[in-house]
Design a protein around this ligand. Sequence first.
Ligand code: ADP
Ligand code: ZN
Length: 457
Amino acid sequence: MRGFSRKNYTIILYIESVITAKKVMFLFDKKNQMLKTEEIKKLQWQRLKKIIPYAYKNVPDIMKKFNEANVKPEDVKKIEDFAKIPFTTKDDFAANYPFGLMAVSRDKVVRIHASSGTTGKSKVVYYTQKDVDTWTDLMARLYDCAGVTNKDIVQNMYGYGLFTGGLGFHYGAERIGAMVVPAAAGNTKRQLTLMKDFGTTAIACTPSYAVYLCEAARVEGYNPKEDFKVKAGLFGAEPWSEEARTKIQDTFGLKAIDCYGMSELYGPGVAAECQEQNGLHAWGDQFYLETINPDTGEVLEPGKEGELVVTMLTREAMPILRYRTRDLSRVVWEECGCGRCHPRIMRIKGRSDDMLIIGGVNVFPSQIEHVLMQTPELGDQYQIIVTHDKLDKLHVQVEIAPDIAANKYFDLKKLVEKVERDLLSILSIHTTVELVQPGTLPRSDGKAKRIIDKRKK
Ligand code: ADP
Ligand code: ZN
């Protein structure tokens, strides 16, 4: 060891640190994030021309659909022809469960995931190594949008397992070079301890869990802004309101970034807000987006609200053409203040499956959340119960805020009347409101289950 001086050791450490920094740079390339509109559109067309025949040739169910619709891949000669291609629907996953949509031989598949099955049978999805790499790169973009770097400590509170949230947010954080705390979902007390002890600077979880964390932090005696260092939050996997965002941001002093995706389209990572918080950048080099009229299937003009239909542009193991997401939104193609030119999805109002039809009137749970969350006398937890007794009935159970619960003289009857009035003015239908004690409604560490529709058998 005589020749190995302290100086040599310092040089080795320096070289290692340069290699690590370079590795992060190589692993995470910003180029695709910053493509210009024309470049994205050109790339989309090039990739569509490849993926259409690839899907047709390799997935029997897709070929069958083309044949039934009397369409051949070569019929798509220009982008306008793309509307001729048959849709893929959620039912196609059920019909091909579990491996029927695989476009490669089984030995090329390195991972599977399955959706939580919020709306019926679970959907199984598959990835080649290249698919996992592409997905990871998209997840890294989400962190980049949220301002998270290799200096950050990311506490990932999404569920690990078949659900795509856990591993998706985990791999993305590693690719950006951050230090990941794979805390997984649940055990709220421990989550808070980890956040404090490790000095977590970014958190990833469902927005409903983040709202619950606000409450839990206070109950556990923390002063969130002082005790924690969290500056960024990546929240997604379910719809959430602007009021919920304000609550989370104000409690922790963080910037709350909305992230959108679904298992069928890799998982989370389809789109994310940037620091401007003005629509979610949907990565046009990997996804081709359309909006359609959900009743007729007709393609809408750009910017009009409708059902999002997504085509995956480079997926190997499971190419998906014109997937009907059932999510309602609109897509705008304008350069964002951050310089990114990818199309933006405006905040998802909810999925058409979640829309309640109460006596013929369309009601989105997010509209109800909007009213409840802007009433300071109420807590954050609520449940929507729909029944039918001659007519459809909408009933909302909501917790009162702890300080109101402690005040014996507070006029709860007046509060009920006020909330019922506010709901009537937003929804145009009468709702009955029931106040319950704090801490009595179920909390969830994943996607919140807010609706109990007793009309469905
Ligand atoms: P499942 O369909 O079984 O719930 P996923 O976990 O893949 O399985 O959920 C994807 C769905 O979650 C999307 O189609 C959408 O309805 C909802 N979702 C995901 N992210 C968001 C978001 N940021 N805002 C609103 N809804 C979202
Ligand atoms: Zn932006």
